[in-house]
Write a protein that binds this ligand. Structure first.
Ligand code: PLP
Length: 389
């Protein structure tokens, strides 16, 4: 179990991003942690070792990442996994057959797929509600409920849930509150400060930021939850390799710097999209027209680079996503490069059509992951693709 120390938790966010998790390398004093590419460790004698026995259980490179991300989220315990969905898998294993989960209806398609096609078969039950309305979350609780799970902002509708209100509801009911903080990152939102028990990340996205690895993280400040997650991380074994941990950690060092530019570019692009007469609706919490803009200002300190918009015509949407030159048509998000996607046929294809329709995820919805390029080039690219669509 990896524990962030007071030293890791010292300093403000940008300082933590650079320093948290690092320990001077005992052999050579390397500034950056070595990649401990090993499966096992020599023991001096039976039961006598340096705290490292086998690399599924402990790896110093992984621990540096775990301490670093835990410190950014303001939790003491961090756990790295082989993907965001592997982190979700461990989260669901905190529950037992017969337990009930209240989940925000608009979550990443793979999250919905794992819950309904893996965990439902193992005896967990789920109620999906519009978590933008905290009352609906409260109304969905049953005596069997053991967890409330939410994304905010949601993928791809960019709806928010009120973290403080839902945190209070979950605490009153004595159930775990789990928040997927992949979109906002700890730079702009720290769910633990609002009452979340467990924070999940796909480190594949902004934390790594360079689209060169796949990984996941869980962070908690609760010792009891950490104990169980640590057991599951080792017992189920979905751990990332040391090189991927190292890449994620290298990305984390520049997270605040990158997020500042994602945010600035996101605001520019969202404002431009709103001004285009052929675009019906723009979903971005940083826009004053977003129905939850006031909540966004209360619980987030920036809005990032994720934007969705409604073109109102599936054919035009297809032509637009195929017509950009700088924005690459690709799954994923959160890298330095700008991406464009069609959620209905890509990230959310596994969500049933009726459920997609109910939440407004139409065949003419486009999602952007706005990168850190020059915003004028990004706008020129969107303008030419929109014109040609
Ligand atoms: C919000 C969110 N959570 C979780 C995941 C799953 O992460 P991974 O792809 O690393 O398994 C994704 C992937 O797109 C995501 O967008």
């Amino acid at each position: 179990m990896t524990l962030a120390s007071d030293r890791d938790l010292a300093g403000r966010l940008a300082t933590r991003a650079v320093h948290a998790g690092l320990r001077p390398d005992p052999l050579a004093g390397a500034v950056m942690p070595p990649i401990y590419q090993t499966s096992t460790y020599v023991q001096e004698g039976l039961g006598r070792h340096k705290g490292y026995e086998y690399a599924r259980t402990q790896n110093p490179t992984r621990e540096a990442l775990e301490r670093g991300v835990a410190a950014l989220e303001g939790g003491r315990h961090g756990f790295a996994f082989g993907s965001g969905l592997a982190a979700l898998d461990a989260t669901m294993k905190l529950l037992s057959s017969g337990d009930h989960v209240v989940c925000g209806e608009n979550v990443y398609g793979g999250t919905h797929r794992q819950m309904t096609q893996v965990w439902a078969r193992m005896g967990l039950t789920f109620t999906f509600v519009d978590a933008a309305d905290a009352e609906r979350v409260a109304a969905a609780l049953t005596p069997q409920t053991k967890m409330v799970y939410a994304e905010t902002p949601t993928n791809p509708m960019m709806k928010l849930c009120d973290l403080a209100a839902i945190g209070e509801i979950a605490q009153r009911a004595g159930v775990l509150f789990v928040v997927d903080n992949t979109f906002a990152t700890p730079c702009f939102q720290r769910p633990i400060e609002f009452g979340a028990d467990l924070v999940l990340h796909s480190t594949t996205k902004y934390l790594n930021g360079h689209s060169d690895m796949v990984g996941g993280m869980l962070v908690t400040d609760r010792d009891d939850v950490a104990e169980r997650v640590g057991f599951l991380q080792n017992a189920s074994g979905a751990v990332p390799g040391p090189f991927d941990c190292w890449l994620a950690l290298r990305g984390v060092r520049t997270l605040p710097l990158r997020m500042r530019q994602h945010d600035a570019n996101g605001r520019r692009v969202a404002s431009w999209l709103v001004a285009q007469p052929s675009i019906r609706q723009v979903y971005y919490p940083g826009l004053p027209s977003h129905p939850q803009h006031e909540l966004a200002c209360r619980q987030m300190s920036g809005f990032g680079g994720m934007i969705s918009f409604e073109l109102g015509d599936a054919g035009r949407a297809r032509r637009m996503v195929e017509g950009t030159r700088l924005f690459a048509l690709a799954e994923s998000l959160g890298g330095v490069e700008s991406l464009i996607g069609h959620p209905a046929s890509m990230t959310h294809a596994s969500v049933p059509r009726e459920m997609r329709a109910a939440m407004g995820l139409t065949d003419s919805l486009i999602r952007l992951s706005v990168g850190i390029e020059d915003p004028d080039d990004l706008l020129a690219d969107l303008a030419q693709a929109l014109e040609a669509a």
